[in-house]
Design a protein around this ligand. Structure first.
Ligand SMILES: *[C@@H]1O[C@H](CO)[C@@H](O)[C@H](O)[C@H]1NC(C)=O
Ligand SMILES: *[C@@H]1O[C@H](CO)[C@@H](O)[C@H](O)[C@H]1NC(C)=O
Length: 350
């Protein structure tokens, strides 16, 4: 009996190695994909946590502009992709299986930046920050899943810093918590360097609004996410760091800089198992997975894994499928979005 179970274990181990080799081979050889239009070269550094799904999306010809943002409805299995360009639909909708579903027919978007899917379980809506300078710009807009404009935050067409009425200048990203609370980073290089928390009924709860490199000051706050432990994570791009705040009080909790000496963090999202933060670095073409620290500790950042994309891909913002853990990345340079799925070998992840 003993002998049999150990040879069985050996067979399982060999099978696991085989699967790993096949998986890695597939990864390294993604260049051989029969879809030359998709720029899909990459390498994995550190622990292999994610692999490219080269079958997503099924048809890439729908990408007609520069892809800036991506948002996932994990319950409906739908991915929203925000792109820029003249005479191109500003939002493309795909299924998580890679089917093209629709392009929004709205003229109310100028230059989409951040995009966020809110309230997936009851009545999903899509929030988009618009950094355009035209009559619809400097706003954050809420849309129905098919692209009907529902609500506009900010003074359309006018950059400003007022809180009453709300005004923005190149608002970078919005995160809507399941409680209805709204977190906004404003902005992407304009007048303001603010992190604002609004209640569901749009009352300002707290704000950090000073430009600078000190604690709780910002320079180009670019992306924001809230975890399940009442912590707000902000990619403070111009300062090459991530700052962390208490979501209830706004108190500063800590800062991560050591991972970003080469290139600033552009995006921040957490994996649904809450083990990692996913951070994109545009200039070094990297998607990094950073270890999520335990509650009560921010400490220093630790890189678990890096997806090194090819030069000039320029990954910008990411989102995660909260059901499957799949990671979607918006790539400005490659003018496409890509999907990475978690390795499930050894049951280590998810
Ligand atoms: C798109 O919107 C324009 C202007 O509202 C309208 O005239 C046109 O019929 C719409 N196209 C589709 C395919 O819905
Ligand atoms: C989600 O949608 C439902 C139904 O429209 C609404 O009652 C609820 O307030 C929404 N929740 C949030 C967080 O927006």
């Amino acid at each position: 009996m003993k002998k049999r179970s150990s040879s069985c274990a050996a067979a399982v181990a060999m099978a696991a190695v085989f699967v790993l080799v096949v998986a890695l081979y597939g990864t390294w050889d993604s260049r051989l994909s029969d879809r030359p239009d998709l720029k899909s070269d990459y390498r994995l550094l550190g622990r292999p946590l994610y692999k490219l799904d080269i079958s997503w999306p099924k048809y890439t010809e729908h990408f007609t502009g520069q892809v800036f943002g991506v948002a996932v409805n994990h319950l409906a299995g739908v991915v929203y992709i925000a792109q820029r360009g003249d005479n191109v639909p500003k939002v493309l909708v795909f299924s998580t299986d890679g089917d093209f579903l629709q392009a929004w027919n709205t003229s109310t978007l100028e230059m989409p930046h951040g995009i966020f899917l809110a309230n997936a379980s009851t009545s999903p809506t899509v929030w988009i920050t618009d950094v355009g300078n035209g009559p619809y710009g400097h706003t954050i807009k809420q849309y129905s899943p098919s692209g009907k404009l529902l609500q506009v935050l900010g003074t359309a067409g006018k950059a400003g810093s007022s809180l009453n009425p709300l005004q923005f200048d190149q608002p970078a990203e919005i995160f809507v918590h399941s409680s209805g609370d709204i977190y906004i980073v404003d902005g992407d290089g304009g007048l303001n360097n603010r992190l604002i928390k609004l209640s569901k009924d749009l009352q300002v709860q707290w704000m950090h609004g000073e430009k600078g490199s000190g604690l709780a000051q910002f320079y180009i706050p670019h992306s924001v996410a809230v975890d399940s432990f009442q912590r707000v994570w902000v990619a403070d791009r111009g300062n090459k760091r991530i700052q962390v705040f208490n979501s209830m009080t706004g108190d500063w909790l800590g800062s991560w800089g050591s991972c970003f000496t080469e290139d600033a963090p552009y995006s921040v999202r957490q994996t649904p198992d809450q083990k990692y933060f996913v951070v994109v670095q545009l200039n070094t073409n990297q998607i990094s997975l950073l270890e999520a620290p335990p509650v009560g500790v921010i400490g220093q950042c630790r890189v678990a894994s890096v997806i090194q994309l090819a030069e000039d891909i320029k990954p910008h913002l990411v989102d995660l499928d909260l059901k499957t853990g799949a990671l979607y990345v918006a790539e400005i340079g490659a003018q496409q979005a890509q999907k990475f799925t978690p390795f499930t070998l050894g049951g280590g992840f998810l």
